[in-house]
Design a protein around this ligand. Sequence first.
Ligand SMILES: Nc1ncnc2c1ncn2[C@@H]1O[C@H](COP(=O)(O)OP(=O)(O)OP(=O)(O)O)[C@@H](O)[C@H]1O
Ligand SMILES: [Mg+2]
Length: 327
Amino acid sequence: MEDITRQTVLQYFAPEQLASVVLKNGRIVVTLKNTPEDKEKAAVLEKALLQLDGVNKANIIFTAEKTAPTLQPDEEMWQVKEVRKIYAVASGKGGVGKSTTAVNLALALSTLGKKVALFDADIYGPSIPTMLGFENQPAVSLDGRTFEPFSALGIKSMSIGSLIDRDTPIIWRGPKACGAVEQLLTEVNWGETDIMIIDMPPGTGDIQISISQKLKLDGAIIVSTPQDIALIDAVKGVNMFRKVDVPILGIVENMSYYVCPKCGYRDEIFGHAGAAETADRLGVRFLGEIPLHYSIRSHSDTGKPIVAAEPDSLYASAYKDIARKLI
Ligand SMILES: Nc1ncnc2c1ncn2[C@@H]1O[C@H](COP(=O)(O)OP(=O)(O)OP(=O)(O)O)[C@@H](O)[C@H]1O
Ligand SMILES: [Mg+2]
């Protein structure tokens, strides 16, 4: 089947333009590289793909290679229509709880009456589809060019993970990955949105640099655990945004402490208050601390994060307090 699909694509585009073909549940996603968008040709190819047996949806994605992540003055900024404020949730280090914080803050902002969107920019390890329970649903395009966001628990969302096969390792180089992030951010019909939260990939690589330079970011929230090493990385994250004049809204200390559910003993596994001290040293706001707790992890894993699953818990309150400060 994939062979026939490839042959069909190659009737319209050159072999070196074809980056990948993914076929899943009757839906084909064709990704073209180094190819300027050609809507007419895409429409013809889509029609041809829909003639194939078992295909009921086809999407053509154009990605453009960009050589340097540095912004040239005349280079175009990414336009995300109808979105008022965009905040990135970032960290210098992986696994500190960016996605957990991003999804719970998005839900908390929504309970405070804001129209919220959550964009998963972690092209190499997208986790939002699992956390919001849309991982097995295909992305829908009504016009064959733009995508509809997923609606989950009162917020809108889109993830690069929705367009790629879960089991396919992503080995795209930086510029290509940036092209895919840009395309997805700008080609989703977000509708009227007060705040978009972007769940960033870990570190300070090409995608983070592109997002912080080419998107008009209104602020960055840095997540860190109290550990020294994570804090050193948090400083790197803060400095990256400062270099491109993105305001730092503050630092969230995640996995601050652990309270034993049986005896109530409070254990500071990764040390404590490191993020507050670092925030002070860097002159940025300390937004609050989130404890390490079983329910925070387990609810995220089952597609209903704690702010939605246990809205009256202390843990949900911790996220809501931070959301209030952001507003
Ligand atoms: N406060 C918390 N209490 C309990 N578990 C947590 C907490 N924060 C995060 N976790 C768990 O830690 C793991 C890593 O969290 P998460 O995926 O949010 O980190 P990340 O910084 O987004 O990681 P990556 O860098 O890979 O994107 C997940 O299993 C998550 O459920
Ligand atoms: Mg993550």
